[in-house]
Design a protein around this ligand. Sequence first.
Ligand code: C2E
Ligand code: CA
Ligand code: CA
Length: 697
Amino acid sequence: MSKIVNGETLLIVDDDRSTRGLVRGVLSRQGYTVIEAADGSEAVAQFQRQHPVLILMDVMMPVMDGFTACAAIRELENTDSTAIIMLTADDDLGAIDRAFDVGATDFILKPINWSLLTQRIRYALRACHLNRALRQSHIRETSARRLSKLVFWEWNLTTDTLCWLDQLEHVFHVSLPLPQTMIDFLGLVHADDRARVTRSLDFIRQDGTVLDVEVRLQFDSKEHLVRLLGERGTELREHNYIFGVLQDVTDLRRTEALVDYLALHDELTDLPNRRLFMRHINTALQQLNPDASVLVIAWIDLTRFHRHNEALGDELGNLLLRHFAGRLCHLVVAPDAVARVGGDEFALLVRAHEHQEAINRLESLLIRLRQPYQLGTREVILGCSAGLAIAPDNGTDAQQLLAQAQQAQRFARSQALPMAQATHHLYEHDSTHEALEFERQLHRALERDEFFLVYQPQMALRSGKIIGVEALLRWKHPQFGTVSPIKFIPLLEDLGLIGAVGDWVLQTAMQQSAAWAAAGLQLRVGINLSPRQFIDDSLLQRLTELLTMTRANVSNIELEITESLAMHNPDQAIALLHALREQGFKIAIDDFGIGHSSLEYLLRFPIDTIKIDRAFVTHITRTVQDRAIVRSVTVLGQTLGLSVIAEGVETLRQCDFLEALEVNEIQGYLIGKPMAPEAIEHLLQDFTRPGMERDQP
Ligand code: C2E
Ligand code: CA
Ligand code: CA
């Protein structure tokens, strides 16, 4: 005999003790756990305590009869999940009706037929299990539908009636009258989507097999994005029905929009990326009226950003980029667009009525981008260069316009211009070619021995004697002529050539210094160090090697580093400068005054000389502020035993002012332009301090 048994708990309720004993004996032998109750109220208590799966309940009992107990138990349950079998006397037909009325599952006549009893119990339990499984799957299905925001519907094609298996409100959280026909449903659809949905519905109504459309539904003054899925009934008699679901995908699409956003924006700056920018250009091109407007694509590149990044570290470097991006955004008004198109490259899209307007706007924008950036206590100046391509002049293809802007930017950089514009010619051959050719030639300049050094004299104001020179690099190219370092030094840095060229400069200048010393000329030689050279770990070692190699006297060598470079990583700079001075090198801070750093702070650096930037010298005769700055520098210099040298002195009047402010030395065209070593030697032979001739007859 098969048994559905795993110790399930059955409750036998009877006031007759011997009946209870018998039932218990029979059922426990079959593996059930049997508990007992002597009347209805005890049965209810047992039910609450033990949760039996099945109850055998006598009808006639004292205290509380079986009907009342059955009803009470049904009352306690929220679903009829317990099987209740009533034990009724065989002559009482009315009792059977009453048993079903109060919720009994089945009945059995007394006296009990034992084999019938076990059969009925098994049957009742099986039904019970099925019921529970069904109910659970229904619960799961409901919650699945609720979670996935699904509503089932049936559409009768013959009558056009719609039947909803759920309330729409469990998806949309608003109660709305359910549309009873497809026509009613279409009334909820956004007007712009209606034609499209109607087409899809017509298709499935005629011969299509599946329906899958996304539409906007409007109700409750809100817009919901829903997906409507359906298929034709497969059974013969269901052929005229479409069964389907409606799913609210508003949130899903919102998430997708976010994913989309992430795919189209730069993570660091939140600016659109190149992909999105291309879309913007395309849209703008479509809207462009070539007779009345122009579209400018600008490519902006940060000048030697890697330098800042190396000096600041990645974290502050990123912050700097964000600051830059933020300012860029701030300066551009929609629908004009901004994008980050590379590590330190940005792009702009500007609409204007005509060329000059666009160029003026970009120029003023670039000026504002070059204003200092505040990073905590530091102030950083970011240079940038821009290239422009203008539609329709330079074409109307988004990809090509952007490429032209980029090439124009490269050209601008190579020519040390803040901005360059692509022209048909530029793009096709000329200038871009020229820029690339320039780069290519620069690559070969060192091996072709095209670099040379010129030396600019420096005079001590007290003695009126030439006491030093600054070595300045020149590139003499067979076609380009002599090129200014302002044009090619940034490019050398970008191309990664500055290390090799810088090394050549050091060696050549040291050789020259040794040669002068051997000829009895004691001259200090100032050598410019590029930031790349300065942060190179091997600098100290290389300088020591070069000293040995060239036999230069270290006390004649002065290394010039820029103020901003020293400020980028002050602690590291201080350590290196100490080491260099221990070797005997002199240190000068170049271009002092334009980096805005605090004087007191800077003077913690172990240095010998401060070179006041030409910008301050130029207006010294006219501007009180410039004089005040120069004066405070000289006072501090005197206190700390530093030498202060003013650069770019061109006139006697400037010289007089500087002398009055107690500047120690001057350098500039007034004393001499940068010149060949032989010219320096000649100058030394017959040098008289400028202005002396005034007093002479
Ligand atoms: P700098 O170090 O500030 O050099 C001074 C610049 O001012 C030189 O320009 C010089 O010719 C110019 N100058 C000197 N006196 C006067 C004057 O009275 N009036 C005017 N208007 N200008 C004057 P140069 O030679 O074109 O060098 C430009 C910059 O290129 C230098 O500025 C320096 O930063 C860099 N540079 C030059 N040679 C080297 C080098 O060998 N290595 C590195 N890393 N940089 C160099
Ligand atoms: Ca210098
Ligand atoms: Ca300088």
